[in-house]
Design a binder for this molecule. Sequence first.
Ligand code: ADP
Length: 257
Amino acid sequence: PSQTLQVYGAPVPDQQGCILVLHDISRLMKLEQVRRDFVANVSHELKTPITAIKGYIEALQDGALEEQERARRFLEIASAHTNRLELIVEDLLSLARLEAQEGQNLEKQPANLFELLDQTRQACQYLAEEKQIQVLLEGPQDLICPVNSAILEQAFINLLDNALKYSEPGTEVRIKLSQEGEFARVDVIDQGRGIPARDLDRIFERFYRVDKGRSRAAGGTGLGLSIVKHVVSLHNGQVQVESREGVGSTFTVLLPL
Ligand code: ADP
């Protein structure tokens, strides 16, 4: 009943019968709706910082420039919004690049996953120290897996970055590497605020955030997990999440060995 059919058919006058061609366009319509929502979301996400930057520049032009302290504060805020714009655009470009690779063979090289995860840990060291969160890495140091290291590291950075962003100072984050049959398994386990059960299905969608204000304040773009989903799917792997509010979250990535 939810399908939409386009029907072409015309009786052919000097012959018997007619030709009926049925196209199921419900999938196309859904894709078109997803595309339209995406464009609307992108525009909205970009508009927010642009409006703020414009406002502060106008305030400076209208006189705030004369008051050194106010001017300095306004420039700092405008600069923070510019950084935010940059992050959004970078994430959008990453997503576009990943989507362009879909259906093509991903370039992979055997890589030591422990080393790759250690690099991820180092890349997030600054935030970990700032939040006084200890990041532990455990597991076999000789597990080799065919991966595209550059894009896989981006996915692990996003997971670790989230674990740190959504946890309180003094808590712990564990990155656990193991082998599960034909798969390498990576668990990123935090003791953070967790994700409500009703949101779990949707957090991998582009721009979906449990709490927009908190995500923005923490420097989130709402695109991190959809990048993770694409990267893992390009590796023919899987990503899952388990979470309990107030207890913590575990994101699990499975990669074929
Ligand atoms: P963001 O840039 O907002 O972090 P993501 O796509 O990375 O976007 O994540 C989507 C949403 O999922 C986040 O806004 C947050 O609400 C939730 N989330 C992701 N990871 C965690 C986590 N480790 N703990 C709690 N909530 C999380």
